[in-house]
Design a protein around this ligand. Structure first.
Ligand code: COA
Length: 198
């Protein structure tokens, strides 16, 4: 059963969005680093529905790249997981663990010297699980061009202190786009659970 609330009512911040600007290593700037537990100011946090990119601040350096100077896919996956975890955690108000990652596509590569932006958003919530969508953008500092390089859908489950799944708040859908995103995510969940049962 979905927990969608399709109104403009105040109260729930539904489509949580985390714009996380990522740098080399495991550091997440502009967000909370769940790995180290360090909390930093959330620069670039956006309100419901907005998907604007935050300003670029950090570069992809050679240590993040392969021999061709392209950002490693594994690094991108790690950052995607972190950005999604922060967003799911925020929505749930609990620790959220990754249950599955699917539909991860690398559309374009990101070069050393470019800036990486991640935009994560809760697309759908169930009882204890959430689907978070993450879009990755590469920014060429010379030209100012930003293009989407990867997109991924992740499922997180909120856990209490005992590690037991707990209910998550409903999602406030404030626009037709929110509703469309919710229903698309619900369809993906259906397929995901079918695959899981096989
Ligand atoms: C994710 C986990 C908590 C689910 O536990 P579980 O015993 O299957 O829990 P439940 O059967 O009660 O399912 C809980 C919710 O997760 C969903 N779920 C569980 N596994 C899923 C999967 N692989 N894909 C999508 N959703 C999944 C269920 O559909 C249910 O959703 P709902 O409450 O919104 O209806 C458990 O499998 C786990 O701890 N996995 C390891 C997580 C981990 O270590 N991740 C990496 C580090 S963060």
């Amino acid at each position: 059963m979905s927990h969608a609330v399709v109104t403009g009512a105040a109260g729930f911040l539904g489509s949580h969005l985390c714009d996380a600007l990522l740098a080399r290593g495991d550091r997440v700037t502009g967000g909370d680093n769940l790995v180290t537990g360090r909390r930093e100011n959330l620069e670039g946090a956006s309100s419901v529905g907005a998907r604007a990119l935050p300003g670029g601040r950090e570069l992809v350096l050679p240590g993040d790249s392969n021999q061709l100077g392209k950002l490693l896919g594994g690094r991108v996956m790690h950052w995607i997981d972190l950005a999604a975890a922060i967003t799911a955690n925020r929505h749930a108000g609990h620790v959220a663990v990754t249950a599955s990652i699917d539909s991860l596509e690398f559309l374009h590569s990101i070069q050393v010297g470019e800036v990486v932006h991640l935009v994560a958003q809760v697309n759908w919530v169930g009882r204890t699980s959430m689907e978070v969508g993450v879009d990755v953008y590469g920014e060429n500092m010379d030209t100012g061009e930003k293009r989407k390089t990867s997109t991924a859908f992740l499922t997180f489950v909120a856990l209490n202190q005992e590690g037991v799944p707990v209910e998550v708040p409903p999602l406030l859908l404030t626009s037709p786009e929110d509703e469309e995103r919710f229903h698309a995510a619900e369809a993906r969940r259906h397929e995901r659970l079918k695959r899981r049962r096989r």
